[in-house]
Design a protein around this ligand. Structure first.
Ligand code: SAM
Length: 260
């Protein structure tokens, strides 16, 4: 083993020890995502759904190691988790401010709208989508992520085969109210199969167990067409004038033809 590999192993072992016992990302997943970020030099990272911040700790430590930074979004409810994301990040020695953290009242798609509005399109190298696991939310989040990723950046889906009906939240009221089909369908796989695989936005797709990696295809410069939309009344008057001119010409021609 060379010095770099040993240092990398040591770095990962230290993280795994510090994060021991906190859900959700496993040490094996953490090592994989960390190497993926470092090997591909993915400096600007975004996590959708951070829970206690374990995935964030792996992602942000890897990004920081290559001079990058991380943004993470969850719901307001994540403020009361134990441990909170800030505590988890402190456990692995990440300085305050190393991660831009957003707590949203409704959904990360609202914050993604703000990112687009702030000019952050094509600015992320890596997005980890591990939040709602729902077609309704993540079908839309997928398209927003496509806009936010730079060409060559990667979108990582977690839980391709997860279903509401077999999950730890199966007994929650909102899940019990779902139609049976929505409860038993792996909704992230729908996003993967029906949106990611079929569109032209991603040019490399890799499935690895419950994970799906998709590389953003090189972008094309959009062509912009500007339609000049005249107010309706002016357009109507213009049309009336054209008809009048045509009628005048026709009646003059008829008078000429009738002249002996
Ligand atoms: C499986 S956990 C995330 C685990 C984390 N990525 C990790 O690896 O440690 C899913 C998180 O997504 C959040 N979430 C679910 N739907 C969301 C939404 N619409 N907007 C924001 N966060 C959401 C939940 O609050 C939860 O904390």
């Amino acid at each position: 083993m060379d010095g770099t590999a040993a240092a990398s192993d040591e770095f990962e072992d230290r993280l795994a020890r510090a994060l021991g016992g906190i859900p959700n990302m496993t040490p094996a997943q953490g090592r994989k995502v960390s190497r993926f970020i470092r090997d591909n030099r993915l400096r600007s990272c975004l996590e959708l759904g951070f829970a206690h911040g374990v995935g964030t700790a792996w992602i942000a430590s890897a990004a920081l190691g290559i001079g990058g930074q991380t943004t993470a979004i969850d719901l307001d409810a994540a403020r009361t988790r134990a441990p909170r994301i800030e505590e988890t990040l402190a456990r692995v020695g990440l300085p305050p401010g190393a991660v831009e953290i957003h707590f949203e009242p409704t959904c990360y798609t609202w914050r993604l709208m703000k990112f687009l509005r702030e000019g952050r399109a094509s600015s992320f190298d890596f997005v980890y989508l591990d939040g709602a696991h729902s077609w309704f939310t993540d079908g839309f989040a997928f398209f927003l992520c496509e806009r936010l990723l730079r060409p060559g950046g990667w979108l990582l889906f977690d839980d391709l085969d997860w279903t509401f009906g077999t999950s730890s939240i199966a007994g929650e009221e909102r899940v019990l109210r779902m139609p049976q089909e929505e409860r038993s369908t792996a909704q992230m796989r729908l996003v993967w199969d029906l949106l990611t695989k079929t569109g032209s936005g991603f040019d490399v797709l890799l499935e690895d167990g419950n994970w799906g990696f998709a590389r953003r295809a090189a972008g094309r410069t959009p062509s912009v067409v500007v339609y000049r939309n005249r107010p309706l009344m002016r357009a109507a008057l213009g049309a009336a004038r054209r008809v009048k001119r045509r009628l005048t010409r026709s009646s003059a021609a008829l008078s000429d033809a009738a002249r002996p």
